[in-house]
Design a binder for this molecule. Structure first.
Ligand code: SF4
Length: 408
């Protein structure tokens, strides 16, 4: 990053919420070194690309993005410089690599205001997992939790800047504290005590790191400022597949973890992730995945087709044909859509208390706002309301991925 000085720089960011906060931090460092932040690549001398390489499709997109800037100085950060350094240097010998740790050395901050009134706060880097398919752990390493005081200070700073939604992020947020003698339940309790008009969306939590503190963590989600939106990637409904993925929990344990949250918050929204077409997955295993979402009825399902990543233990397996992955992905999507439609239809006529978190200014949604209720439901209101406003809304209609409401 030494040479990122006195230039006009354009930024492109890919991947997870964590990366978007890192980009904002590099922008701050670059601006402090006399750089201008360009709004378009045409106006830039240099381009910083914050990369993701979680699946091979994304890796290919990163390479295309780098090739798009043959006439520019290119800086690459994110996961690729750590796990695919040789590949990047072979692609462009003059490429500048910014290692993630360099960002944390140069910036005291553990987050940034990223989208309007939404801020991202990073709770730490790395994780405790050894998931067989995952390349991210090689990029981000072992868990390093950021201190509670730094996280609270970042939240206070963002709330003072007008942020009304805080997104807590990390490779595995529920691992937070395991290396510093604390846990996520304690952190969320402290966050809830911060003054201000804001609410917190907690990022991805591995069921394996939730289990040791499930009562405390689930209790913390009952707190006023914590959205009852629980993102618990399960990845498969089959114990045999979970074992070969080395996820560290069983189907039963996952269901029990969900149960701990629902016992305290019956309407809690459960979001989960599945990998379809994992090399060891048979048709029977896949049917167990289908039966799991039927049993748990998650309100958000993220589906990834297995992608073989070099250097991971799963790379030794035979990678099944794409058509099988496509079929399973389609079946799982259909099953998830049926749950969304049923859940959203059941909301019609209900009154909810929500806060306006986003204004839509472009496209067919222009002039509407998005509000979020306690469960982080995505609620569209066809009225121009101020950001941060809290109000009661009646749900009058629904779309597959959002509710439509009117003010009372
Ligand atoms: S918990 Fe597993 S999937 Fe998540 S980053 Fe760590 S190794 Fe990868």
């Amino acid at each position: 990053m030494q040479t990122l000085r006195n230039k006009s720089v354009f930024f492109e960011t890919y991947g997870c919420t964590f990366n978007f906060a890192d980009t904002e931090k590099i922008k701050e460092i670059a601006a402090a070194n006399g750089c201008l932040i360009a709004q378009s690549p045409e106006d830039a001398d240099a381009v910083v690309i914050n990369t993701c390489t979680v699946v091979s499709q994304t890796e290919r997109a990163m390479i295309r993005a780098i090739n798009d800037y043959a006439d520019k100085e290119v800086y690459v950060t994110g996961c690729m410089p750590v796990v695919q350094r040789e590949k990047l240097l072979a692609l462009r010998p003059d490429i500048h690599l910014i290692m993630p740790d360099e960002i944390y050395e140069k910036s005291e901050r553990v987050g940034a205001v990223a989208f309007g009134s939404t801020g991202i706060v990073q709770v730490g880097t790395g994780c405790l997992g050894a998931c067989a398919y995952c390349i991210t752990r090689f990029a981000r390493g072992r868990l390093r939790s950021f201190g509670k005081e730094r996280i609270i200070a970042e939240i206070e700073r963002q709330v003072a800047d007008g942020v009304t939604e805080i997104q807590l992020t990390g490779q595995d947020v529920s691992a937070w504290g395991a290396d510093i003698g604390s846990n996520l339940g304690e952190l969320l309790t402290a966050v809830n005590e911060v003054d201000g008009n804001f609410a917190v969306r907690v990022g991805m939590m591995n069921p394996a790191t939730v289990m040791p503190h499930v009562a405390e963590i689930a209790e913390a989600f009952t707190l006023e400022k914590i959205y009852a939106f629980i993102h618990l990637p399960v990845q498969s409904g089959s114990d045999r597949v979970l074992e070969t993925m080395n996820r560290g929990y069983t189907r039963r344990q996952f269901i029990d973890v969900v149960g701990e949250f629902r016992r305290r918050i019956p309407d809690a929204r459960i979001s989960t992730d599945f990998i379809v077409g994992y090399p060891t997955e048979t048709e029977e295993d896949f049917n167990e995945t289908l039966s799991l979402i039927d049993e748990v009825k998650p309100t958000k399902v993220n589906i990834t087709r297995f992608s073989l990543r070099e250097g991971t233990p799963a790379a030794k397996y035979y990678d099944m044909p794409d058509w099988i992955k496509k079929n399973r992905s389609r079946k799982l999507t259909d099953a998830a859509n049926a749950i969304y439609d049923a859940n959203n239809a059941a909301m019609i006529g209900r009154t909810v208390h929500a806060a306006v978190t986003e204004k839509k200014t472009e496209g067919r949604m222009a002039g509407t706002v998005v509000a979020r209720d306690r469960f982080y439901n995505n609620i569209v209101v066809k009225e121009d309301l101020p950001l941060g406003k809290k109000l009661d809304l009646r749900i009058v209609d629904h779309h597959r991925h959002y509710l439509i409401a009117e003010t009372l």
